[in-house]
Design a protein around this ligand. Structure first.
Ligand SMILES: *Cc1c(COP(=O)(O)O)cnc(C)c1O
Ligand code: SF4
Length: 451
């Protein structure tokens, strides 16, 4: 049988936003292309307060929206910083449901109470940290966090315990920020021959000056057993123009990639697109430049309610990234982060979205959906739970090669559960017993003894 030709809507992923779209924003009305593409201008004009937001979007939104944001900013655990590129990618006719607004601009009216089992460093990154700014959890790979600043701040950041300025609700833990601390991290890596793979994250390496990219890159390439490095940055998604205009930064990354290649070591960029609306002709040009330089770019998405938990949206994102030669690598369950229950989804949602996406494109461009198990179990395929109590929203994972013999529990957002389950979570002893039962059902030990 002949396969019928694909209908026109199947090509949606090839339709990339064009033109000077930023001119729809009052503050950017007279901004020309050269200025908008200037990464320094983007940094200087980032929105960090409700007043700056108002001065930028003016009458595109109702005063009640600004009031909602004002209270949202006050209660947020993360500092707020939104690039003009992101501001211009928001559909301001629907600010409450826009997927980019949802990620970066907190609104008090959308906040929900935290899950009772939520802690600030849910992944226990501080516990697996031998020196400040280095997390060594898996055998052969480590996470190096050399800075605490980012070009934008995401509401859902896993590292809200450390990233960005202190806020009214959180005092931040410092990561490795001084040359001495960097050296301690390099010394530790050099002392552990099993460490082959280093993720350089943060914060965001977009904010590292070119000479720091070279310092870190050279230091790690010089360690004989380090064979793979990844520079992690959300930059291409939130400020793609930097790749077109910050020549020193791009040249520094290119130099490390090329030096690594000559040494037989792989150096790549990992980025973080969450929604197709983040992609424009500027992104396309930036990704084309990296492709021409033979720099591999992989993507890690966070599954976020109202941003990409719709199977069609995720499918479009995956197809569009593949089209730009960005490999969709992971889709993460949203971590149990404070102040963002409105953004989390259930494990069932992830399972359903994964099922829909798989089969739409090349297997190597199909992301693995993972849950970074709270408590330091590391990333687990969302489908691999040992037990899933859907009624109470409790899933149990184990990680035999990471923390043998332990069980890790992830919790669906309470407001997505039925009224009876929601009521059960209100009683600490009942909640404790439900969790213990789920662990036993998963094959774990009975540890909870009712009073
Ligand atoms: C995610 C992560 C890594 C890298 O894991 P991959 O599955 O190889 O991408 C390394 N260390 C820590 C602590 C991590 O959270
Ligand atoms: S860019 Fe990464 S580290 Fe920075 S706020 Fe966003 S998620 Fe956190």
């Amino acid at each position: 049988m002949i396969k019928p030709p694909a209908p026109p809507e199947a090509f949606a992923y090839t339709k990339i936003r064009q033109g000077e779209f930023w001119r729809a924003i009052p503050k950017y009305r007279d901004v020309d292309e050269r200025t908008f593409l200037d990464h320094i201008w983007q940094g200087q004009n980032s929105v960090k307060s409700p007043d700056e937001l108002l001065a930028t979007v003016e009458d595109l939104v109702d005063p009640s929206f600004i009031e909602d944001a004002r209270e949202g900013f006050r209660r947020a655990p993360m500092a707020v910083r939104v690039s003009p590129y992101m501001i211009a990618s928001i559909d301001w006719s629907k600010p409450y449901t826009d997927p980019i607004r949802t990620q970066f601009i907190p609104l008090a009216s959308r906040l929900r109470p935290d899950h009772p089992r939520l802690t600030l460093d849910s992944l226990h990154e501080l516990e697996d940290s031998p020196v400040p700014g280095l997390t060594h959890r898996y055998v052969d790979k480590a996470l190096f966090l050399p800075l605490t600043v980012c070009p934008v701040y995401c509401r859902f950041c896993t590292r809200s315990y450390a990233i960005g300025a202190d806020t009214d609700v959180v005092d931040k833990v410092p990561l490795a920020r001084t040359p001495k601390q960097w050296q301690d991290a390099f010394d530790y890596i050099a002392s552990r021959p099993e460490l082959e793979d280093i993720v350089i994250s943060g914060g965001d390496v977009y904010q590292l000056p070119a000479k720091s990219i070279l310092t870190i890159g050279e230091a790690l390439l010089a360690i004989p057993h380090v064979r793979r490095m990844r520079f992690a940055t959300k930059g291409p998604a939130v400020m793609p123009m930097k790749i077109l205009t910050d020549h020193a930064w791009v040249d520094a990354v290119t130099a490390i990639v090329e030096k690594g290649r000559k040494l037989g070591k792989e150096v790549v960029i990992h980025t973080h697109f969450n929604n197709p609306n983040e992609i424009s002709w500027i992104t396309e040009r930036a990704m084309r430049l990296l492709f021409e330089r033979a720099i591999t770019v992989r993507n890690q998405t966070v599954l976020i309610r109202g941003v990409n938990d719709d199977p069609n949206v995720m499918q479009l994102l995956v197809k569009q990234l593949g089209y730009l030669h960005v490999h969709p690598y992971y889709v993460y369950m949203h971590d149990l982060v404070k102040g963002v229950e409105d953004l989390r989804t259930s494990i069932q949602t992830a399972v359903d979205v994964e099922k829909f996406v798989r089969g739409s494109t090349a297997g190597f461009n199909t992301p693995t959906f993972v849950c970074d198990a709270p408590g330091g179990g590391g990333k687990r395929d969302v489908h691999s739970f040992d037990h899933y109590d859907r009624e109470n929203g409790i899933s149990v994972y184990s990680a035999p090669s990471v923390k043998p013999g332990k069980h890790f529990v992830y919790f669906d957002p309470i407001d997505t559960l039925g009224p009876e389950a929601q009521a059960r979570w209100q009683h600490p002893a009942t909640a404790e017993a439900m969790i213990a039962d789920a662990i036993v059902a998963a094959g774990g030990p009975r540890t909870y003894v009712p009073a």
